[in-house]
Design a protein around this ligand. Structure first.
Ligand code: PLP
Length: 405
């Protein structure tokens, strides 16, 4: 059954707004997604009727808040098919989740241990490892990339070795759209005893991700890219590992007892959730995930593949265009440059016609370095986007090119 696009779009108030006199065409979903009415309503309702701190109060509102927050945790657990509720840790987002692992799991690593990432990671899956490696005398290795923007596995046998303790890899590249064969990497990592962390910041909004089927050890994502609020995200981790890891931050909620001579830590998930969390963020994310799981992901993927093919076809006809990221297995992201023009100028002229795209390095400078370019123009589609919007985008792009040439 095909998606009812009108019905879906009507659930997103922002999609019927205008930029100047032009209807908004929002193609910056790789940076953040828009929010459906159910999420916006949940946020309003919370502040109007349910606001209280959680896990502490005996009063009515505190119980309502706690129930809603913990219900969100279960919704997310079910969506990821995680075995246990307490394996779902609320964070501030993908970046925060990766830093948590680098800091906490990092404490378990010793001299000579290796961490393996890839050349196509987002900065938030590079810098925390560089910082850790510097602190601890570890080695950071990179799986290289090919001209198509796929990972180059020719050296994998040496890159994944008995010293490898952690492999941290993006499921889908935010700059190129490449869908990485993570099942394979997870298996290869486990074969040498390494743990594997999946950066799912770009995948959960496009496909079903089942942590038990993948058998990944950690998985992180951000709420704001999966139709939820900003400032909240999820770290899934296997119970045994999370129990072995020391706490990340100290404070309220993460403790069992505190005395002047010392502290005993709380159980999972609270051990990793110090302080008052982003309560409404968590509740809103639960609502977003519940909303998303009501869709058939095959329909979503079919529609997004249609959009990708339609846009790639139309773009390919433009004189002087170069598309970066031509992986065989690709999600609905197109990065490109137009010969003789600067991406920033194209982005600006598109914006003047109501089209929202991203220009720049997309927090993936090593990819730009690889292709020896300053950045790209990136159009990233969500399942609420349409072919009509792509037509508008192509028309606007042709006009922009005409003006610049
Ligand atoms: C957006 C993104 C991140 C960082 O997410 P934040 O929400 O900024 O913490 C990390 N990895 C990938 C692949 C991303 O797309």
């Amino acid at each position: 059954m095909a998606l009812d696009l009108n019905h879906i779009r009507n659930q997103f108030p922002i999609l019927s707004t205008k930029v100047g006199k032009y209807p908004l065409v929002y193609f910056d979903n790789g940076a953040t997604s828009q929010k459906p009415r159910v999420v916006i309503d949940a946020i309003n309702r919370y502040y109007e009727q349910e606001n209280a701190n959680i896990h502490r109060g005996v009063h009515h509102l505190s119980q309502v808040s706690t129930d809603n927050y913990e219900k969100a945790r279960r919704t997310i657990q079910e969506h990821l098919n995680a075995p246990h509720e307490h394996e779902i840790i609320f964070t501030k987002g993908t970046t925060d989740g990766i830093n948590l692992i680098a800091e906490s799991f990092g404490k378990l690593l010793t001299d000579g241990d290796e961490i393996l990432i890839t050349e196509m990671e987002h900065h938030s899956n590079i810098v925390p490892w560089q910082m850790l490696v510097e602190r601890k005398g570890l080695t950071l290795r990179y799986i290289p990339m090919t001209n198509l923007g796929e990972l180059d596995f020719s050296q994998l046998e040496t890159l994944i070795n008995e010293k490898t303790r952690l492999i941290a890899i993006t499921h889908i590249s935010n700059a190129l759209g490449t869908i990485n064969p993570i099942e394979d990497i997870i298996k290869k990592g486990h074969a040498v005893g390494a743990k594997v962390l999946i950066d799912a910041a770009q995948s959960l909004q496009h496909m079903r991700v089942d942590v038990q089927q993948l058998d990944c050890d950690f998985l992180v994502f951000s709420g704001h890219k999966v139709f939820g609020p900003t400032g909240v995200g999820i770290l899934y981790g296997k119970e045994k590992l999370l129990n072995e890891m020391p706490p990340y931050q100290g404070g309220g909620d993460m403790i069992k007892t505190v005395s002047m001579s010392g502290t005993t830590y709380n159980e999972l998930p609270h051990k990793f959730e110090a302080g008052t969390p982003n309560i409404i963020g968590g509740i809103g994310l639960g609502v977003a995930i519940e909303w998303l799981s009501g869709f058939n992901f095959e329909d979503i993927q079919q529609h997004e593949t249609d959009l990708l093919e339609y846009a790639t076809d139309a773009l390919s006809k433009i004189d002087g265009i170069k598309i970066y990221g031509e992986a065989e297995n690709k999600s609905s992201v197109i990065s490109f440059l137009i010969e003789g023009t600067h991406p920033y100028d194209i982005g600006t002229l598109l914006n003047q016609q109501g089209i929202a795209v991203r220009t720049g390095h997309h927090c993936t400078q090593p990819i730009m370095e690889f292709f020896d370019i300053p950045g790209t123009i990136r159009a990233s589609f969500s399942f609420y986007n349409t072919k009509e919007e792509i037509d508008q985008f192509i028309k606007a792009l042709e006009k922009a090119i005409q003006m610049l040439r």
